[in-house]
Design a protein around this ligand. Structure first.
Ligand code: HEM
Length: 288
C-alpha cells in the first residue's frame, strides 16, 4: 500500500512556501537564473533615443537579430571546425541547427515588416548615422559564407575587441573554404587556385567547383557529401530570404531615400541581395 503524503505545516506569513510543488524562493544572492541568463543586464540595454512608442520594438528587434547572428556564427564555426577534422556528421548537425535558427531569425522581421514611412520617420532622425551596415556580427556571418572584405573592418577601428575578432575571422578559412577542402580530400578536383586562395578576399565561383558539386549530386543522394550540400543550400536560401525580407521592409519604410548609413538605400541593398551564397551549389543544378 502506498503511503499518503502528510500535509506540511504552513508558514502563516508565506502560505505557499511549504507546498511541495512550489519552486524555491529564497536565495542568498541573485537567483541562479539571473547568474546564468543575465536577464537583468539584457532587459536594461534598451536605451531609447526618441519619445516615439514605436522605437522600442525597432531597437529590441535589432538586438534580437544580433543575438541570432551570434548563435548562427557559433554554429557555423562549429561546423567549419568539424569539417577541418573530417567529422562531416557533426558539421551537418550544426548546419541543420543553424537552419532552424535562421528561420527564427527571419520570423523576427514580423514586427518591422509593415512599417510605414511616417512611423519610421518618428524615430529615424534620432538614429543619426547608425545603421545595421555597422553590425560586426553580421560581417562575421558574411565572412563565414566566404563574403570577405577587409574594408568592412574600417568602421570598427574604434572598438578593439570587435576589430580583433573581425580581423581574425577575415584571415581564417570560411565555412565554404573548409567545405571545398573536404571535397578535395574526398577526391574531387578542386583547383589549387581555390584551395590556396587569398582568404581575405571574397570567394569567386569556379567552374571546377561547379563540376565537383554536379558529381556529388549525380552520385549517392544519401551520401555524406550530398547531405552536406543540401544543408548548405538550406542555409544559402535562408540567408537570401533574410536579405530580401530586409530589402522589402526597407522599401516599405523609406522608399528610395538614402540610408542612415550613407548608402543609396534600397538600390544598394538590391545589389547586395542579388548575390547567391555558395554560388556553385545553385549553378551545378543546371547540369545534374
Ligand atoms: C525597417 C527597418 C530597417 C530599415 C529601413 C533599414 C534600412 C537599411 C539600409 C538603407 C541599409 C543600407 C546601409 C545604409 O545606408 O544604412 C541597411 C543595411 C543593413 N541593415 Fe537595415 N534596416 C532596417 C532594419 C534592420 C534590422 C532590424 C537589422 C538587424 C540587425 C538590420 C541590419 C542591417 C544590416 C546587417 C545591413 C548591412 C547589409 C549589407 O551589408 O549588405 N536592418 N539597412
Amino acid at each position: 500500500m502506498s503511503q499518503q503524503a502528510q500535509p506540511t505545516p504552513q508558514d502563516p506569513k508565506n502560505p505557499e512556501a511549504h507546498e511541495p510543488e512550489t519552486p524555491h524562493l529564497d536565495f542568498d544572492g541573485t537567483t541562479p537564473y539571473e547568474d546564468y541568463v543575465k536577464a537583468d543586464v539584457l532587459t536594461h540595454l534598451q536605451h531609447l533615443l526618441s519619445d516615439d512608442p514605436g522605437e522600442m520594438v525597432f531597437l529590441v528587434t535589432t538586438q534580437v537579430m544580433e543575438l541570432w547572428f551570434t548563435v548562427i556564427v557559433h554554429e557555423w564555426e562549429t561546423a567549419a571546425r568539424a569539417l577541418r577534422e573530417d567529422r562531416v556528421r557533426p558539421a551537418v548537425d550544426a548546419l541543420k541547427r543553424s537552419v532552424r535558427e535562421l528561420e527564427a531569425l527571419n520570423a523576427s522581421w514580423k514586427p518591422l515588416g509593415q512599417l510605414t514611412p511616417a512611423q519610421f520617420n518618428s524615430y529615424r532622425g534620432a538614429l543619426g548615422e547608425g545603421s545595421g551596415f555597422q553590425s560586426a556580427m553580421y560581417r562575421r556571418l558574411e565572412f563565414l559564407l566566404g563574403e570577405k572584405s577587409a574594408a568592412m573592418l574600417v568602421p570598427h577601428r574604434g572598438s578593439p575587441r570587435v576589430h580583433a575578432e573581425l580581423e581574425k575571422a577575415l584571415h581564417e578559412p570560411s565555412l565554404y573554404d573548409e567545405v571545398l577542402r573536404l571535397l578535395a580530400r574526398r577526391g574531387h578536383a578542386i583547383p589549387d587556385a581555390v584551395l590556396n586562395r587569398d582568404l581575405t578576399r571574397r570567394y569567386e565561383p569556379s567552374p571546377e567547383v561547379e563540376a565537383a558539386w554536379t558529381a556529388v549530386y549525380e552520385g549517392d543522394q544519401n551520401g555524406e557529401l550530398a547531405r552536406l550540400g543540401e544543408a548548405l543550400t538550406d542555409v544559402a536560401e535562408l540567408v537570401w530570404r533574410w536579405r530580401n525580407d530586409h530589402l522589402v521592409a526597407t522599401r516599405r519604410a523609406m522608399g528610395a531615400k538614402t540610408g542612415t548609413g550613407g548608402s543609396a538605400g534600397v538600390a544598394w541593398l538590391e545589389k547586395r541581395a542579388q548575390k547567391n551564397v555558395f554560388p556553385e551549389l545553385w549553378t551545378a543544378r543546371s547540369y545534374v
